[in-house]
Design a protein around this ligand. Structure first.
Ligand SMILES: *Cc1c(COP(=O)(O)O)cnc(C)c1O
Length: 388
């Protein structure tokens, strides 16, 4: 039964993923079901993607009605969903222009290209270095891998795109040192390192990085691929620190389940790209954009405050557990460091007991749908506490 699909996959799909031995067939909100009909509470949202859960009615309607009239045009023509989504994102963030791609890595590629071109035109071609943080994650393309500050991802793919250096996170002196030593175009940071283990950058650190970026005339870019679109209880995580980045990349939760990436360009870089400087065949796809518009429209004050309250509930309950060493994160992006068990073991026990969780480094990671009902959140928390 479950054997067949898993065997086909293992035979014919490239062996890049260590999948759990579960084949999911359908879902409804924060509940998903496997082939045998077993029900799970989804505390991972497909890695922060299904912002309003599986088969959510509002999102599905937006996607299906667009799908029925126009599914693709190429970027040679204008389409309404793409234009409306760009307008919304700019209104909500104060950014000036948006480039659409299809993934987080592509959003970051665009940010990096924008920084390199801006610096070449405004500072000189030798100012090409991008500073990112150690323990960061920015994607799997050769350039975003180079941006990713984790050596083990680099090893077998040399040579990577040159021009990336990595500063120690939450260490302003190290950032300042690199700004002095290198010829820098921009700084790219995650406000909370997701894949790195839900490591939160302090507000004061982010404010300090902003000050340094201004002093040294380099671009401040934030990677909001995972933290963005309401995930942390703010629309974008940088807003929590009150900083004003020049470039914001996002993806994952923006699409609600369809592939989309967005690179938002602020005042200093809004004119950096001209016709032909960058592009994507699928970028700005009307179906993906129609879904994203429906997501962004629902990220209002009420929802964000619910996300914060649910996050506080998880933080409070989990950090009181004697077998929890620490809890990190904000809103519905939470990392739990177990005191005795390995994170993978805890996730395995949760799965057996009907709750899907993630890991990030040595932590159990929770990224439930933003609208997960309180009852399901409590139930998932009970199962997790038991598993710990
Ligand atoms: C997931 C992620 C990416 C890569 O996104 P893809 O859509 O997998 O290319 C980049 N940056 C951060 C912070 C991420 O969490």
């Amino acid at each position: 039964m479950s054997g067949r699909i898993q065997q086909l996959d293992q035979t014919f799909v490239a062996n890049t993923y260590g999948r759990f031995p579960v084949t999911l067939v359908r879902g409804n909100g924060s509940l998903v079901y496997d082939e045998s009909g077993k029900e799970y509470i989804d505390m991972g949202s497909g890695i922060a993607v299904t912002s309003f859960g599986i088969a959510d009615g509002v999102w599905t309607d937006a996607v299906v009605s667009q799908l029925k009239v126009l599914q693709h045009t190429s970027n040679l023509y204008y389409t309404e969903p793409c234009a409306i989504l760009a307008e919304k994102l700019c209104q909500l963030t104060g950014m000036k222009k948006v480039f659409f791609g299809n993934s987080g890595a592509e959003a970051n590629e665009c940010a990096i290209k924008a920084a390199r071109k801006w610096a070449a035109e405004n500072k000189g071609a030798e100012y090409s270095t991008i500073i990112t943080l150690k323990n960061s994650f920015h994607g799997r393309t050769l350039t975003t891998l180079a941006a990713t500050g984790q050596e083990h991802y680099h090893e077998l793919y040399q040579p990577l795109t040159p021009g990336f250096v990595h500063a120690a996170p939450n260490d302003l002196a190290d950032m300042e040192r690199l700004l002095d030593e290198e010829k820098v175009a921009g700084i790219l940071v995650e406000c909370i390192q997701g894949e790195g283990g839900v490591c939160v950058m302090e507000d004061a650190y982010l404010q300090g990085v902003e000050r340094l970026a201004r002093e040294k005339n380099v671009l401040l870019m934030v990677d909001e691929v995972q933290t963005g679109n309401g995930r942390t209880g703010d629309l974008y995580a940088y807003m929590h620190a009150g900083i004003h980045p020049d470039v914001v990349s996002t993806a994952k939760g923006l699409g609600g389940g369809l592939p989309i990436g967005a690179c938002m360009l602020g005042e200093r870089v809004e004119h950096v790209f001209g016709h032909g400087d960058h592009g994507s065949t699928f970028g700005g796809n009307p179906v993906a954009c129609a879904g994203a518009v429906s997501i962004v429209n629902r990220l209002d004050k009420q929802l964000l405050s619910e996300v914060r309250n649910k996050g506080d509930y998880l933080l409070k309950r989990l950090s009181s557990h004697p077998r929890v060493a620490s809890v990190s994160g904000r809103g519905l992006m939470i990392g739990i460091l177990p005191r005795e068990k390995r994170a993978g073991e805890v996730v395995g026990t949760c799965m057996d007991n009907g709750v899907l969780c993630l890991t990030a480094k040595d932590r159990v990671r929770l990224l439930p749908a933003l609208n997960i009902p309180e009852k399901l959140l409590e139930k998932a928390c009970d199962v997790l506490m038991e598993a710990l």
